[in-house]
Design a protein. Sequence first.
Length: 137
Amino acid sequence: MRRPPPALVAILAGMLLAGCDLLGIEGASAVAERRAAEGKAIGAACRNAARAIEDCYTLNRKADKAAIYAGWREMDDYMRENKLEPVPPQLTPEVARSSAKSEEEAGDEGGKSDRKAAASADVKEARAGSKKATSTH
């Protein structure tokens, strides 16, 4: 039996490896870029919500601190230039802690819908509690 020429084998291997992007397999650089973008978005959101950078680090332990700081700093500059006021968070600290804790406990991909449901239930409870507190005064 004849062996295929090495050039043909190399071309076929290259075509197969190029198809990995079509399968959804991310490279290391793509993962790093995505994590940096997520960190910057988290930092910007924290600054817009008038959160201290340390609180942002605490609430988002898995995110890259350098990316969080870069996003926080960019949003700070933007808000100062455009004279924008921060939007205070609507969640109470207890709800934020419980949703962060539930995210840490559910580490698998299948628990995402459960986490979203639990977080939305916590938000609804917090809003209902704040409405009751304001209506009694």
